[in-house]
Write a protein that binds this ligand. Structure first.
Ligand SMILES: NC(=O)c1ccc[n+]([C@@H]2O[C@H](COP(=O)([O-])OP(=O)(O)OC[C@H]3O[C@@H](n4cnc5c(N)ncnc54)[C@H](OP(=O)(O)O)[C@@H]3O)[C@@H](O)[C@H]2O)c1
Length: 362
């Protein structure tokens, strides 16, 4: 049977460490977990079984392995130290027999987005960013439909627009919406992005380093590499949709508490074909995975054992190709989730009603 492995790491330190080591998660605080993670070796998490292509019936099996660094630790430590730990984790995957290796969350963000890691390993590597882009854009367009926001007139924003995932999401959204804010911390790469995007098109492209412009945006796709939340309740327009692809999240938990007139959805949740059992709870309902995991699995089902999405410049062609491969084998955009909970049609209707009420009172 063909095989794959996927590298995960703690994102919310206490919650995620508790999932594998309940006692350590209880007794250590976040700072202690950050500190001790430096000395932890790579950790075997679980075997993944039951994945079956709906096109060919081919089955693959895989493993979760963990690089025990938190996002904060990965940003604080020298890049070469972080690479070393990720490569050690990749070596564990090789010893298990993996033929394809996916880099989860910050292991794909750090440094040159997988290029150095792939060079140091024998197993082919992918970041999963191409299918993450595809699913994030599908998710926000689908959510717009549920909220009755016509794309062709929509004011939209991509936060983290100059990043690896953000720039291609911006390119795709610019084909459909009326105005697109390109938001980030530094103006120069945003202005460069505006120049590089195909045009002049119907869509007005507006670079901005100010979160205030979110108050004019009906659709927001956010995908920064910030380790703190960047989108707060006061930034948002009643009735808007926010698709949060970032891990750790970009949207403050305060939004869920204070703004019942906004639809916040997690970007990147996918249905996996076959009776999959991950033997590990990474926070999704059974049978669902992150899009970046799905890219790794889809490549294994397709038998494409080669370095795939690597580096900071992902192409549209790569996004289209992996979308076709994943859809062929039965991966699909899953239902919506928001802050670890399922989004029901009733919830969407309540958001719409609350947005109308709020608009009447402002
Ligand atoms: N859901 C999934 O399946 C999935 C899959 C893969 C990755 N991800 C997540 O996606 C996120 C982005 O990944 P990436 O590879 O695109 O990262 P990246 O290439 O490093 O890009 C991140 C972007 O965020 C911007 N940024 C960082 N901090 C910011 C802040 N405080 N305010 C505004 N902008 C900020 C950066 O701008 P500067 O240029 O100014 O630094 C950069 O443009 C990460 O959180 C990652 O974990 C999710």
């Amino acid at each position: 049977m063909d095989t794959f492995a996927f590298i995960i790491h703690p994102i919310d330190p206490k919650r995620d460490v508790s999932r594998k080591f309940p006692l350590l998660g209880r007794v250590l605080n976040e700072r202690q977990i950050d500190f001790f993670s430096t000395f932890f070796p790579p950790i075997y998490i679980s075997e993944i079984e039951g994945i079956t292509s709906s096109a060919t019936g081919k089955q693959v099996k895989g493993w979760f392995v963990a690089a025990p660094y938190t996002p904060r630790r990965m940003l604080e430590l020298p890049e070469r130290v972080v690479y070393r730990k990720i490569v050690q984790t990749g070596r564990m995957a090789e010893r298990l027999g993996a033929q394809m290796l996916g880099l989860g969350a910050f292991t794909s963000v750090i440094g040159d987005a997988g290029v150095t890691i792939a060079r140091s390993l024998d197993v082919p590597v992918t970041t999963g960013d191409a299918y993450t882009i595809s699913i994030a854009v599908q998710a926000i367009c689908e959510a717009a439909r549920f909220m009755d926001i016509p794309l062709c007139n929509a004011m939209a924003a991509v936060v983290g627009a100059s990043g690896t995932i953000g720039r291609v999401c911006a390119e795709l959204l610019a084909e459909d919406v009326a105005r697109l804010y390109l938001i980030g911390r530094r103006e120069e790469p945003l202005v460069d992005l505006r120049e590089q995007l195909p045009g002049p098109g119907r869509c007005e492209l507006v670079p901005s380093t100010k979160m205030d412009v979110l108050s004019e945006s009906q659709l927001i796709l956010t995908v920064t590499s910030s380790i703190h939340d960047v989108i707060k309740p006061e930034h948002l327009l009643p009735g808007s949709v926010v698709c949060d692809v970032a891990r750790p999240r970009d949207v403050s938990a305060m939004v869920a508490a204070a703004r019942d007139d906004i639809l916040v959805i997690d970007g990147g949740m996918v249905d996996v074909p076959g009776p999959v059992d991950f033997h590990f709870n990474f926070g999704f309902p059974p049978g669902k995975s992150y899009a970046c995991m799905a890219e790794t699995i889809a490549l294994a089902l397709e038998g494409r054992f080669e370095d795939y999405t690597l580096g900071k410049h992902v192409t549209r062609e790569r996004v289209d190709e992996i979308t076709a491969i994943a859809e062929k084998h039965g991966f699909r955009l899953s239902g919506f989730r928001s802050f670890e909970r399922e989004v029901t049609l009733q919830h969407i209707e309540t958001v719409r009603q609350n947005a109308r009420k709020r608009a009447r009172h402002t």
